[in-house]
Design a protein around this ligand. Sequence first.
Ligand SMILES: NC(=O)c1ccc[n+]([C@@H]2O[C@H](COP(=O)([O-])OP(=O)(O)OC[C@H]3O[C@@H](n4cnc5c(N)ncnc54)[C@H](O)[C@@H]3O)[C@@H](O)[C@H]2O)c1
Length: 272
Amino acid sequence: MTGNTPAYEHETTLRRFVGQVAVVTGSAKGIGRACAVRFAQEGARVVCLDIHDTGNAETGAICRRYGAEVAVIHCDVTRLEDVQRAAEEAMQRWERIDILVTAAGIYTGGLLTEVTLEQWQRVIDINLTGVFLCNKVIAPLLAGCCGGSIINISSMSGKTSWAGTHEYSASKSGVIGLTHSVAMEMAPYGVTVNAVCPGNTRTELVMQAARQNAPRDGLTPDEWLARRASECPMKRIAEPWEIAGLCAFLASEDARYITGQAIEVDGGMVLS
Ligand SMILES: NC(=O)c1ccc[n+]([C@@H]2O[C@H](COP(=O)([O-])OP(=O)(O)OC[C@H]3O[C@@H](n4cnc5c(N)ncnc54)[C@H](O)[C@@H]3O)[C@@H](O)[C@H]2O)c1
């Protein structure tokens, strides 16, 4: 581990997305911010969508440091009208969308008897319905342009699970199922659709998971996170930029024949 501040930026000389437009949800922090910054570094114009306006403005400022044109838009991914308005704004400004990354998400946990219906519905609404709405609105725009790429952020929890992660795991498995179906529908239009499944990554979300789960195991949040790192074959958690690196690859020309996949970036955690 490299300290407690997430590493969003990573030096690169690649410029794979010059002239393209990348829409990123959940861009105010964490993995979404790292993706927005990576696409900006590589020459894309970036559309940052989040409900957290201050964080989203900060992400926009980081992207501009790399010379990127940026649109910072308040968007709740659970609201169809918000997603439609954001897509319209991007199309009016740049007349194209090439890339969609759906990183907006939340974590809650708890044993089956503790999870409330409201908690279940909130996680499904943001983590799964939000991804559905963004795919529904933006996939036709990608198809109408030039092909393009959708990268839906799932989780290793979409492929395997632990006690007390019912609603989160269900939402993330749902993202993989949705990704398969959208990939099949969009393949004839040259649009690739893949899911990325991160392992524990240094963001506020993983700290939230640590705070919720640690007491059940008699640990402090830091001890819980250190144990998760030690359980990982690579003996560390990921930095946000490491997830963004795969997203950028999947959006690149080198990945034009990869679709319908759910790819882990987890240091070998699911395999172990
Ligand atoms: N951090 C991890 O260990 C980890 C592991 C696997 C998967 N993931 C997934 O990666 C994605 C990003 O997570 P993160 O770790 O960067 O979390 P984070 O908490 O750092 O960032 C999540 C972002 O989503 C935004 N958001 C929440 N609800 C929203 C809504 N309704 N509309 C728009 N934006 C909304 C938040 O404001 C925040 O900016 C999530 O889907 C998460 O499930 C994270």
